[in-house]
Design a binder for this molecule. Structure first.
Ligand code: GS8
Length: 221
């Protein structure tokens, strides 16, 4: 049966980006539909009525929501030769643990620092929290080329979309290159993969989005 694969997406979203990287790694062809989150499509509201968020994968008419769930689904459906998740149950649990850690922490803390705080004190606190999380991740990475394994995998896919934020973080006063050099080195290694570099918004465009969101917050919209 011909597969109909649609992704409800937002180019600037790190959650959308990780799904795009998953598809690229597997060589899956799909139709990408860009959402306007200030005016969500009826399709998005129908397909993800609980959270009403992107990304949503619609596979042969059926929705799959939440980026980490989508990534695992992609790995299972388009199994092929390369696997994004390990097959060993313990390693798989370990992978899920770190994906959850990234999902619970990095976006919230990076957005709090970059555009969700109004006072200098709150921004400073968010900055410290974000650095703390990246240092935890740096520790987990150790001296390995990729998280957990020798080869690029689901944990790397989940974290790498935030690389495009590094330029914004530096512009706003977080010296990520000095604070977490190993994470920057790992990011640059991942960025050499076309599946990654072609799936991400540029650092400059990401900064424009950050400034736009910051202005929205400051003007009370
Ligand atoms: C988060 C997705 C999300 O926050 C996942 O898929 O992993 N846990 C989810 N999506 C945002 C865009 S990214 O900034 C979104 O769709 N927001 C719309 C809204 O909050 O109304």
């Amino acid at each position: 049966m011909a597969q109909k694969v649609v992704l409800l997406d937002l180019m600037a979203s790190p959650f959308g980006a990780l799904v795009r990287i998953g598809f690229a790694e597997k060589g899956v062809e799909y139709e990408r539909m860009e959402e306007d989150l200030s005016n969500k499509s009826t399709l998005l509201l129908e397909m993800n009525p609980i959270h009403q968020k992107i990304p949503v994968l619609i596979h042969n008419g059926k929705p799959i929501c939440e980026s980490s769930v989508i990534l695992e689904y992609i790995d299972e459906v388009w199994s092929g030769n390369s696997h994004l998740f390990p097959s060993d149950p313990y390693e798989r649990a370990h992978t899920r643990f770190w994906i959850d850690y990234i999902g619970q922490n990095i976006y919230n803390k990076a957005s709090a620092f970059a555009y969700k705080t109004t006072s200098v004190e709150m921004q400073e606190a968010a900055k410290k929290e974000l650095v703390k999380c990246y240092k935890v991740l740096e520790e987990e990475l150790g001296n390995k080329p990729y998280f957990g394994r020798e080869s690029f995998n689901a944990i790397d896919i989940t974290l790498i979309p935030f690389y495009t934020w590094f330029h914004s973080l530096e512009k706003l006063g977080l010296k990520i290159r000095e604070e977490c050099p190993k994470i920057v080195e790992w990011s640059e290694r991942c960025m050499k993969r076309e599946t990654v570099s072609k799936s991400l918004l540029s650092p400059e465009s990401t900064y424009e989005v950050v400034l736009y969101l910051r202005n929205e917050l400051l003007s009370g919209n």
